[in-house]
Design a protein around this ligand. Structure first.
Ligand SMILES: NC(=O)c1ccc[n+]([C@@H]2O[C@H](COP(=O)([O-])OP(=O)(O)OC[C@H]3O[C@@H](n4cnc5c(N)ncnc54)[C@H](OP(=O)(O)O)[C@@H]3O)[C@@H](O)[C@H]2O)c1
Length: 380
């Protein structure tokens, strides 16, 4: 029954579009209740504007076509930013994303571990042919524990067999190396993925958090379709060399952490504090000093949200989309109403003047606990 409903929703494009437009209007209204100094009013988006954007502005990662925003599924099961959620709660969220026009879904073997891929596989099974699934290998997960990195060819092959089963599919559309294994040359990793692509078990090759020199070496062995690294208004270390390398080689870029783990979604404020066992307590830009310092940036984002009749999350995502046409952010969320809100970012544009003005303002704000520019030249 659910399968039929979903497929019908996908085919009934007009209904989906109407739903999306209404949702964005409704959600932008919700933001008015948040703890803002400069409050963002409801965005006055016409359904036609959204329709045009979502349907005509599919983006390309190399030759892989995807929706302009993807969905990061990590926090649904990993317990990183919230307690793990049940499949019963999250399957409707993932299927709701498909109905809203999202065709690009991000998971990884290590999220859970394994349970995130199981969730994504089950949720997307009824619409498998309409969506792009990205997953990542690179860790030794023996006994369900994370035991360091492992990208030996035989381990990659074993990991991919597990992924295919958990994702209930015969191919991984975008297969990423999650983190470079210092003991395995990247050419060997790329060569293994090349064979998997020849065998039909993977379609495209991706890298995550690697330096330009490593991207070049891997790309020479097997063309890379996408690089996934952290990029947002807060975390901008890779803006120059890394993005330039992607542009030169025709590689798409997938920012993870695009709403700065919720900070740019106005989820936290200067009074936010985290317990020692929280993932946030180990993130250097979530210390009390860093949050305090970054409130100035958040206030600026709220001001732009007012100006563009949008929400802070929408401004943060629209700004990323405006940097390059081959950038596809993958905001993570456990909430369908946040997916609706985030998709509204696709209808927000910035003129060159506005982009310049915004950048001049945010570059004056001192950031704390963020990656230094030189870190972009080092494999993470
Ligand atoms: N390659 C890598 O090494 C790597 C590392 C980390 C993550 N990732 C991938 O990238 C994806 C995204 O990164 P991320 O999840 O770390 O960071 P993110 O997308 O910047 O932030 C996720 C957090 O933001 C909140 N959020 C999302 N939309 C919001 C909105 N409109 N308003 C308010 N809050 C909002 C979510 O809370 P709610 O649940 O309350 O909406 C969630 O806690 C992950 O899901 C994962 O697939 C990759």
């Amino acid at each position: 029954m659910k399968k039929a409903n979903n497929t019908n929703n996908l085919k009934r494009g007009i209904n989906r579009r109407d739903f999306t437009a209404r949702s964005v209007l409704g959600i932008a209204g919700l933001a008015i209740g948040s703890n803002v100094q400069a409050q963002a009013p409801a965005k006055n988006l016409q359904p036609s504007a959204l329709t045009a954007k979502q349907d005509s502005e599919k983006r390309k990662l190399g030759s892989l076509q995807v929706s302009p925003l993807g969905l990061g599924c990590m926090s649904m099961t990993s317990g990183s930013y919230n307690p793990p959620r049940s499949k019963e709660e999250m399957i409707p969220v993932i299927r709701g994303a498909v109905d809203l026009g999202v065709t690009f879904f991000d998971t990884a073997e290590v999220y859970g571990p394994f349970t995130n891929e199981e969730l994504v596989g089950e949720a997307l099974k009824p619409v498998r042919e309409e969506v792009v699934i990205a997953s990542k290998f690179g860790f030794d997960l023996g006994n369900g524990e994370r035991n360091g990195r492992n990208s030996k060819p035989e381990h990659i092959r074993q990991a991919v067999e597990g992924m295919l089963k958990r994702l209930q599919t015969d191919r991984i559309d975008l297969l990423y190396l999650h983190r470079l294994d210092p003991n395995v040359p990247v050419e060997e990793v790329a060569g293994t993925v090349k064979e998997l692509i020849k065998e039909g078990k993977a379609r495209h090759f991706g890298l995550s958090e690697v330096a330009p020199a490593t991207i070049r070496r891997a790309h020479a062995e097997q063309p890379v379709s996408a690089l996934q690294s952290e990029y947002s208004l807060v975390q901008r270390a890779l803006e120059h060399e890394v993005l330039d390398t992607c542009e030169e080689l025709g590689i798409g870029f997938v920012p993870w952490g695009p709403v700065c783990r919720g900070f740019l979604g106005d989820k936290f404020n200067e009074y936010s504090r985290f317990s020692e066992d929280s993932r946030f307590s180990s993130v250097p830009y979530f210390t009390p000093e860093a949050i305090q310092a970054h409130m100035e940036l958040l206030v600026l984002v709220r001001q732009w949200a007012m100006r563009k009749q949008a929400t802070p999350a929408q401004i943060s995502l629209a700004w990323l989309l405006a940097q390059k046409p081959w950038i596809v952010p993958i905001p993570g969320t456990t909430k369908l109403h946040h997916i609706k809100e985030n998709m509204g970012a696709c209808a927000i544009t910035f003129s060159d003047e506005e982009l310049k003005e915004f950048r001049q303002a945010f570059e004056k704000i001192a950031l704390v606990g963020v990656r230094p520019a030189e870190s972009a030249l080092v494999d993470q």
